[in-house]
Ligand binder design. Structure first.
Ligand code: SAM
Length: 349
């Protein structure tokens, strides 16, 4: 059994590709010793492309208004207990100013699908950020918008777009989202982003309600085919005001194992150690990096926004998640043989 899994691991290292069944075997065979083997190989592969470098991004949570009603998400529209906020142009620019001074050279603007942020508003904002900080990249994570909207934001200067596919299984997607949201539209949006020229990121939650090994294998196989520039995966964490309030959170070890597998599929992928990982485990950030991740996204949002942008319970926003603690983060990364760099952190070819 173990021999067979090591044979598959070798094949993955060599070909960067496996069959759906082989991915399922790897996932079913997950245990701590296999995870360590994969993590070691993932670190070697990452080192060949990125050396010791870990990229940091300043995360700005611009709004928790959302027109969507994703069943797992704490900021979904029908959560009447969610205290809503949105940041103004000036507030977002001041987050960038603070972030730039702290050494961030990428700003990630993330939020719910909030119609307040029209194309005109966002294009003007992106132009202003790029004009003030020409050495910085802008990443957007604002959900599904039309192709023309994606295009005009790209032409205004946005470099990257994160849009998790959530799950590559149609039935699973339907069990996590209301009918107006479809996997077909999500995947089309991802293809549109890539075609426009964005460094495009997909991703999914590990341990989301109803997820099976087969579904995870499908996610991985889909990522292998899509070849994203970035991939955000983090454990599912229940939110008290959702139908999944009493479901179990995803597993930190399994999340790290999947990070390693994704690194081996695409050696130069930009792979964050996510906030959800750090929320479930005080060493989650280190564990993600040791598994092959190479990006950390500390939060530069104002404190009141950080508290209200509550996708799940007990979200971490102190520690390595707080931008002002970037010096401590540097030490934490050095302690595991890595180095935080002041860099846009683009994909290295
Ligand atoms: N609206 C944008 C979008 O849909 O891409 C960006 C914000 S959305 C809240 C960001 C990500 O948070 C989602 O893609 C989802 O995977 C993750 N998320 C939402 N609820 C979560 C939960 N309960 N546990 C873990 N991750 C969650």
């Amino acid at each position: 059994m173990k021999e067979r899994l090591i044979f598959i691991a070798d094949k993955l290292c060599k070909n960067h590709s496996l069959t759906l069944e082989e991915y399922a075997e790897l996932i079913d065979g997950y245990d701590a010793s296999l995870a360590e083997l994969f993590a070691k190989r993932a670190r070697e592969v990452r080192k060949e492309v990125y050396g010791k470098d870990v990229f940091v991004r300043g995360l700005i949570e611009i709004s928790n208004y959302c027109k969507n009603d994703c069943f797992y998400c704490g900021i979904r529209r029908s959560n009447k207990t969610c205290e809503r906020y949105r940041l103004s142009r000036e507030e977002i620019l001041s987050c960038c100013e603070e972030g730039y001074a702290l050494g961030f050279r990428t700003f990630v603007m993330q939020g719910g699908e909030d119609a307040f942020y029209t194309d005109d508003f966002l294009c003007d904002l992106i132009r202003k950020v790029k004009e003030s900080y020409p050495d910085c990249a802008v990443t957007l994570s604002l959900g599904e918008r039309g192709k023309e909207s994606f295009r005009c934001l790209f032409e205004a200067g946005a470099d990257r777009y994160l849009l998790r596919h959530e799950t590559a299984d149609e039935t699973h997607y339907a069990s996590l989202h209301p009918t107006e949201l479809t996997l077909q539209n999500r995947l089309q949006a991802l293809r549109d982003l890539k075609e426009i020229g964005y460094q495009t990121g997909c991703g999914f939650m590990v341990g989301s309600p109803g997820q099976t090994t087969q579904m995870l294998a499908k996610d991985i196989k889909w990522i292998e085919a899509f070849q994203p520039a970035m991939c955000g995966i983090g454990p599912f964490i229940p939110h008290h005001a959702t139908r999944f309030a009493n479901d179990k959170a995803g597993d930190v070890g399994l999340t790290c194992y999947l990070l390693s597998i994704i690194r081996l599929i695409k050696p130069n992928i930009l792979l964050p150690a996510t906030t959800a990982l750090a929320t479930l485990d005080a060493k989650g950030c280190e564990k993600g990096i040791l598994a092959g991740a190479n990006v950390v996204m500390p939060n530069v949002s104002p404190i009141s926004a950080k508290q209200k942008y509550e996708l799940y319970d007990n979200k971490a926003y102190g520690g390595s998640e707080a931008a002002k603690n970037v010096e401590a983060l540097k030490k934490r990364m050095e302690a595991i043989g890595c180095r935080v760099v002041t860099d846009r952190g683009d994909v290295r070819l």
